[in-house]
Design a protein around this ligand. Structure first.
Ligand SMILES: *Cc1c(COP(=O)(O)O)cnc(C)c1O
Length: 303
């Protein structure tokens, strides 16, 4: 049974501004955020093969985990509704009352929301904890936090074939922001399969605090998925602006400035940090003149 959720092929759009012209760097944006009204961004690619598998047993609900602002639970709730499958979202910490827009949307789509304490949430992979959930909900399809597993990597490999380059011979760089790193691992794996000598480099911008954490995490995911000879990639840990879902005045003023010259919608948790980092690295010359950048807009905009 195919996933009957079709998406629009994400367009690639150029970004224009004075800084880029002066620096001699071109930036094109792969608009994954435009591929579906509710399942937009990288979440479609992460869910795709998981949903295909779950559809083999459509009577079991899909259970997954996330924080109160989880884009993953948001997308999963929408997918469940579209596929006619029940979904259960285990939410870390207390549920805000009234519900925030993300959880309100999830409930509207029919997702059952179960708030658990932070302590219990940390036990989410323990057999005893999952047993308790089975006693409560019966059998279910289990999807890890963030939807990050090997089938998610397989889906994200497909992002590699969406990249387009305009200038032959220029230095090519793909940039994206990372939370769990699964999207980046999939992209690296996909590119490592199709590219040969002139492979682009992949730069991940960590949206969370933790030096070296995502580098190790992604390396582990690549090895586990059999990608042992990847193309060149690295994670930047210097632009998290205080940590996951944190912000600071530098990020805020960048976002204000950006909105003054571009209509590209950004939010402060993910894509805002990606473009903040890109512009900072271009300004400092770390990304040098002549480089052609494709920045992946991974979504996160809820209208
Ligand atoms: C979930 C999400 C990410 C992080 O993806 P990972 O695969 O966890 O690294 C990035 N951007 C947006 C907009 C997201 O919603």
């Amino acid at each position: 049974m195919p996933v009957d959720i079709s998406i629009r092929k994400p367009p690639i759009e150029p970004l224009h501004c004075d800084l880029l012209r002066q620096a001699g760097v071109s930036v094109n944006v792969l608009r994954l955020d435009k591929c579906h009204p509710q399942l937009a961004g990288n979440k479609w690619y992460k869910l795709k093969y998981n949903l295909l598998e779950f559809q083999q047993q459509p009577d079991f609900p899909i259970l997954s985990f996330g924080g109160a602002y989880s884009n993953h639970l948001y997308a999963l709730a929408a997918a469940g509704k579209l596929l006619g499958m029940r979904t259960i979202g285990v939410v870390r910490g207390e549920m805000p009352e009234p519900l925030n827009p993300v959880l309100a949307f999830a409930r509207e789509q029919g997702m059952t929301l179960l708030p658990v304490s932070r302590g219990d949430y940390r036990r989410k992979q323990e057999p005893g904890f999952l047993e308790g959930l089975r006693a409560r909900f019966g059998d279910f399809h289990l999807l890890p936090e963030g939807g990050s597993n090997s089938l998610a990597i397989k889906g994200c490999e497909e992002i590699a074939s969406l990249l387009k380059w305009h200038k032959a011979g220029s230095k090519q760089l793909v940039a994206l922001c990372c939370g769990t790193g699964t999207t980046m691992a999939g992209l690296i794996k996909g590119l490592s399969k199709i590219e040969s000598e002139s492979a682009p480099e992949v730069l991940g911008i960590s949206v969370l605090k933790g030096d070296g954490y995502l580098q190790a995490e992604i390396l582990g995911q690549l090895h586990a998925s059999g990608c042992i000879d990847p193309i060149v990639w690295r994670v930047d840990d210097a632009h998290h602006c205080g940590g996951y879902a944190r912000s600071n005045s530098v990020l805020q003023s960048f976002l204000d400035e950006f909105a003054g010259f571009s209509n590209l919608p950004l939010e402060p948790v993910y894509t805002g940090k990606l473009f903040y980092a890109l512009f900072d690295l271009i300004e400092k010359g770390v990304i040098s003149a002549g480089t052609e950048v494709v920045a992946i807009h991974s979504g996160g905009i809820h209208s």
